[in-house]
Design a binder for this molecule. Structure first.
Ligand code: AMP
Length: 296
């Protein structure tokens, strides 16, 4: 495994790689969710590049950029075990040297609601850094988690619109045994918050159960999530939303088309995200990649 922290070295190593390349962009503080992306990339490509970069552009002022968890030594140990070949660990100064003045921005509905409504400028930071990482690593396939469903939709749009010659693969949400979606930010939760954070996955489960029983009214499905979340006094809801996956347009009436049900809930200063596709059988790699990532 090669750990690289310069652009020249990355380009030189990439130029030597024959065959397919899978890239897994991360911000580090790796957990089993990240590693599931590495495993998928390992299974489907000749070479695997993992990037670790806490991207200042995607944090708004007042967000947790400074205190975002960092554990490079631990990350490298996990990646070695996962069979990653190349790890790219640039600094902000390397990615955004003095004079850097370019942004990649996806416009329209996909960057208007959900996370965008709360995190101004977030997706422009994401698309700008991911465009750079794609240019540097030139992957055959890029692996992202369903956990950040809107991010996938935005990136898929960017890849399509700017003709990046690669496929985006979407991997399912990895969870703790009790259902909490794995997140680098879970370490911020105290014991009471951690316990009550279960309402996110429980709310999604309640909606999925209703859906399986035949309910198609988006408001009834949304309410099922809301009822669970309301049972956690420490949780403050940013949104609970039902959207068409792919376009992220709001769903206004009953439909048999696939749905994305997503929510963000704050526990103290920690924002937790979770989501699910309905019907539930879509929540595996093929279904996610097809439905969530599809450009429409
Ligand atoms: P991050 O380091 O938070 O930027 O995440 C890097 C990648 O890992 C993103 O594509 C995330 O969607 C993905 N990811 C984060 N949490 C999970 C999870 N619990 N299961 C699967 N993938 C995840």
């Amino acid at each position: 495994m090669q750990v690289i922290d310069s652009i020249e070295a990355l380009r030189a190593v990439r130029a030597e790689l024959q065959g397919s390349v899978g890239v897994v962009p991360t911000m580090g503080a790796l957990h089993a969710g990240h590693l599931s992306l590495v495993q998928a990339a390992r299974a489907e490509n000749d070479h695997v590049i993992v990037t670790i970069f806490i991207n200042p552009l995607q944090f708004a002022p007042g967000e947790d950029f400074e205190r975002y968890p960092r554990d490079l030594a631990g990350d490298l140990r996990l990646l070695e075990e996962s069979g990653a070949d190349v790890i790219f660990t640039p600094t902000p100064a390397l990615m955004y040297p003095q004079g850097f003045q370019t942004a990649v921005n996806v416009e329209g509905v996909v960057t208007q609601g959900l996370e965008s409504a709360i995190r101004a400028g977030h997706f422009q930071g994401v698309t700008t850094v991911v465009a750079k990482l794609f240019n540097l690593t030139q992957p055959t396939r890029a692996y992202f988690g369903q956990k950040d469903a809107q991010q996938v939709v935005v990136l898929r749009r960017m890849v399509h619109d700017l003709n990046f010659p690669l496929s985006i693969i979407v991997c399912p949400i990895m969870r703790e045994a009790d259902g909490l979606a794995l997140s680098s930010r879970n370490v911020y939760l105290d014991a009471a918050q951690r316990q009550q954070a279960l309402v996110l996955s429980q709310g999604l489960k309640a909606a999925a159960d209703l859906y399986a029983a035949g309910e198609r009214d988006p408001e009834a499905l949304r309410q099922a999530v809301q009822t669970q979340v309301d049972s956690a006094p420490l949780g403050v809801v940013d949104y609970i939303a039902i959207n068409h996956p792919g376009t992220l347009e709001s769903v206004t009436g009953p439909t048999d088309a696939p749905l994305l049900i997503s929510l963000a809930v704050r526990f103290g200063a920690t924002r937790l995200l979770d989501n699910a596709l309905l019907p539930a059988h879509l929540n595996q790699q093929d279904g996610l990649t097809e439905v969530l990532g599809a450009v429409r």
